[in-house]
Design a protein around this ligand. Structure first.
Ligand SMILES: O=C(CO)[C@H](O)[C@H](O)COP(=O)(O)O
Length: 223
């Protein structure tokens, strides 16, 4: 199976899992990216059973609505039963790097609310130490230079994501060349920098379940 087929396979497994747990109160949190897009397609197959979804980006909301799936504002959702999303990197503790697609802040908010966070990925994303993938940080535009200097003090190489504006009207700085040995500590250090909205480390609130697709099939890891 190529990488796309692996993404499809984990998306199908997550959709089957969500379907098996649906009741009349279930609100499904839906992630952003190519793996999440496959999940959205599978959701479409049982859309009449889905009460509502909350989308982690404008693009995801557009895709859900195009399939006729109800999308509600998070503030109108009494709870999110399950949130399904991809990741750019994961370690065996289910700490993640997310935000390659720039949707990290809304993703993190949904993860914070969700009772269960199911991450889906192909097994090329599983690493021993996070940081090979550049870590995205969402930043208020006027704080760009300040945040960049603070990132250098923490030992990273900040790279401004040219021409990209988040759904929240902010910019992204990607941190390169940082071996993240203590993800929980770095997540908090970055959040302390004035001007940072949030960062793409999901270590304080990791995934609860990880469905990984590889050449030998699917593997599920839980915390
Ligand atoms: O965090 C994300 C978007 O902000 C995505 O989940 C992450 O970038 C993985 O994307 P893909 O499924 O396309 O590999």
């Amino acid at each position: 199976m190529d990488q796309n087929e692996l993404k499809k396979a984990v998306a199908k497994a997550a959709a089957d899992y969500v379907k098996s747990r649906l009741d009349e109160r279930t609100v499904v949190g839906v992630g952003t990216g190519s793996t999440a897009n496959f999940f959205i397609e599978y959701l479409g197959e049982f859309k009449h059973d889905i009460q509502a979804t909350v989308a982690s980006s404008e693009e995801t909301a557009r895709r859900l609505k195009a399939l006729g799936i109800a999308v509600i504002d998070l503030n109108s959702a009494p709870e999110i039963s399950v949130y399904v999303d991809g990741a750019d990197e994961t370690n065996e503790h289910l700490h993640l790097i997310k935000g390659g697609g720039g949707a990290l802040t809304r993703e993190k908010i949904i993860a914070a609310v969700a009772k269960e966070f199911v991450c889906i990925a192909d097994d090329s994303k599983l690493v021993d130490v996070l940081g090979h993938f550049p870590l995205p940080v969402e930043v208020i535009p006027m704080a760009r230079s300040h945040v960049g200097r603070e990132i250098v003090k923490l030992g990273g190489d900040p790279v401004y994501r040219e021409g990209f504006v988040t759904d929240n009207g902010n910019i992204i700085i990607d941190i390169h060349n940082m071996s993240i040995v203590d993800p929980r500590k770095l997540e908090q250090q970055l959040n302390q920098i004035t001007g940072v909205v949030t960062n793409g480390l999901f270590a304080m609130r990791p995934a609860d379940k990880l469905i990984l697709g590889g050449k030998d099939g699917l593997k599920t890891m839980s915390r």
